[in-house]
Write a new protein. Structure first.
Length: 256
């Protein structure tokens, strides 16, 4: 039987340069999304929002400036569970419908999704049983969870610029894992928030809407980017050398 945690559901760690890393440590690795808060002079970003088991907005309120937008790197259930809590929600135009009307087609989550008995074929990850190792509080009903609709206030596309007042991010369309996967690229610092386009773990390219040919182009593009650090959608952050190792291993694996 799952026990209730002692303390807070989210863990937060300031990385410097106005970036805070937020995670849900009691969620299984497959669905343990990295959540990023980026502080700006006139606008804050929350990049992805986790499963939505607890209120991210409430837990991270102390980090926010006067205006905050929740950006979805893509709309899989583990990345947009908390988006409905934010007045401003942004994502790529190809996946906007998945925020407005959650469905298995876009989000890998439909009316029959049961986080208390989650199972599926995800190479490299073990699934089956509850998606958490503990409950947020005693009596929490995991089976009552559902992915909630969010209002899309801005659709993003390749080349769009997100202006935080004191820093700027370019939207990179990085399809393959999903049709509307995006990264946020800050050329001034060589920082990439990559979502699930690339992370330091088993990459998933066999979902019903994945596209391996597109993923190849994404990996080739990432190899040409002058990256200093990648803050990904899962697993620890890494630098340029590791990015090149991951991308080349993926490309070599498809050729084998």
């Amino acid at each position: 039987m799952l026990q209730a945690i002692q303390g807070q559901w989210f863990e937060m760690r300031a990385l410097g340069d106005g970036i805070t890393f937020i995670t849900e440590p009691h969620v299984i690795p497959l669905l343990r999304c990295n959540i990023w808060h980026i502080r700006g002079r006139s606008l804050d970003l929350v990049v992805d929002s986790g499963l939505g088991l607890c209120s991210l907005h409430e837990a991270a309120r102390h980090l926010f400036g006067q205006r905050v937008a929740a950006v979805a790197t893509h709309v899989h259930l583990d990345h947009v569970g908390g988006h409905h809590e934010f007045a401003e929600c942004w994502c790529h135009r190809l996946e906007a419908e998945g925020l407005r009307r959650p469905s298995a087609s876009f989000n890998l989550s439909g009316p029959d999704t049961d986080l208390a008995d989650f199972d599926g074929a995800f190479p490299g990850y073990e699934t089956g049983g509850p998606v958490v190792t503990a409950l947020p509080w005693a009596g929490y009903d995991l089976s009552a969870w559902e992915l909630k609709a969010a209002s899309v206030t801005r659709t993003l596309d390749e080349g769009d610029v997100i202006d935080l007042g004191n820093r700027h991010f370019e939207v990179l369309h990085l399809p393959g894992h999903s049709p509307g996967s995006i990264g946020l690229w800050e050329a001034a610092t060589g920082t990439l928030f990559s979502g699930d386009a690339v992370y330091d773990g088993p990459l998933l390219d066999a979902l019903h809407h994945s596209d391996r040919a597109a993923y190849v182009r994404t990996m080739e593009r990432l190899l040409s980017l002058p990256v200093q650090v990648v803050h990904a959608g899962h697993d620890p952050s890494f630098g340029r050398d590791r990015l090149h190792e991951i991308a080349r291993a993926y490309l070599k694996g498809l050729q084998a």
